[in-house]
Design a protein around this ligand. Structure first.
Ligand SMILES: C[S@@+](CC[C@H](N)C(=O)[O-])C[C@H]1O[C@@H](n2cnc3c(N)ncnc32)[C@H](O)[C@@H]1O
Length: 240
């Protein structure tokens, strides 16, 4: 049974992610086909020794863009998401690519996902952590560290504020100015403002200590436009 203090992950999952109409249009809205970021994440994990015998967990797997990229290259992939429409789309993708037998699909929030079997060699989590308020981000990162083998890798991408408090307003306006006009092919300035108002992106100078306090060493950090962060983190042998 869940502890009384544990948040309702579906309630914080983003209404659009639970909406079959939004999910049907999701891949096009993400913009990049093929998914360059997924290909880059695969290359980074492989450079960290994630190979044919590896177990990889994708938390908040969405429509399965990363899962489909990595599944041919590792032994075990577990795709976790709280949204039924997202997982239905993911399953269609796996069926179309003949990858169904290579992927375990789990409908669960990342705070509740119970990892079974040997420890994971890598966890991937792209554009999901911001769904959680900061205290629960720490709970999620602690859980990720505990499901990883010592030396295991977390590849984390998320929307962040890489700025100082006094510059936040200008920073956000500059970010919104880079948005697209057509909501079908990307995120508009309105979409981004809604993100800031209703979701839980945080400052990089808060997120990075969260990673460190939960047992990760940040070995690589890239922040694009001050808003799109990609971290490669290695679980310290001493753990969380
Ligand atoms: C912006 S999408 C990203 C999907 C995918 N990672 C990608 O890069 O395309 C966010 C995903 O996180 C899922 N999600 C939201 N909150 C979650 C939670 N607490 N646990 C697991 N998945 C969650 C949503 O259902 C959605 O599929």
């Amino acid at each position: 049974m869940d502890p009384s203090w544990l948040m309702d992950e579906r309630a914080f999952a983003g209404d659009e992610h639970l909406d079959p109409g939004f999910v049907a249009a999701y891949d096009r809205k993400q913009g990049t086909v093929p998914d360059d970021a997924a290909a880059q994440d695969l290359a980074i994990l492989r450079a960290h020794g994630v190979g044919a015998a590896a177990t990889v967990v994708d938390l908040g797997a969405g429509t399965g863009r990363f899962v489909a990229t990595i599944a041919p290259h590792v032994a075990r992939v577990i795709a976790v998401d709280v949204s039924t429409p997202m997982l239905e789309r993911l399953q269609q993708r796996l069926d179309a690519m003949d990858l169904t037998a290579r992927v375990e699909v789990v409908r669960s929030g990342m705070l509740r996902y119970a990892h079974r079997g040997g420890p994971a060699d890598a966890v991937h989590c792209r554009n999901v952590l911001h769904q959680l308020p900061d205290a629960f981000k720490v709970v999620a990162l602690d859980r990720i560290a505990r499901m990883l083998a010592p030396g295991g890798v977390l590849r984390l991408r998320d929307l962040v504020y890489d700025t100082t408090p006094d510059r936040l307003a200008d920073h956000l306006e500059a970010w919104f100015a880079t948005a697209v006009a057509d909501p079908a092919v990307g995120y508009t300035a309105d979409d981004l403002a809604t993100h800031v108002r209703t979701e839980h992106s945080t400052f990089t100078w808060l997120l990075e200590p969260m990673l460190e306090r939960t047992g990760f060493e940040i070995v690589d950090r890239v922040v694009h436009r001050g808003a799109y962060a990609a971290y490669t983190c290695v679980r310290r042998p001493s753990g969380p």
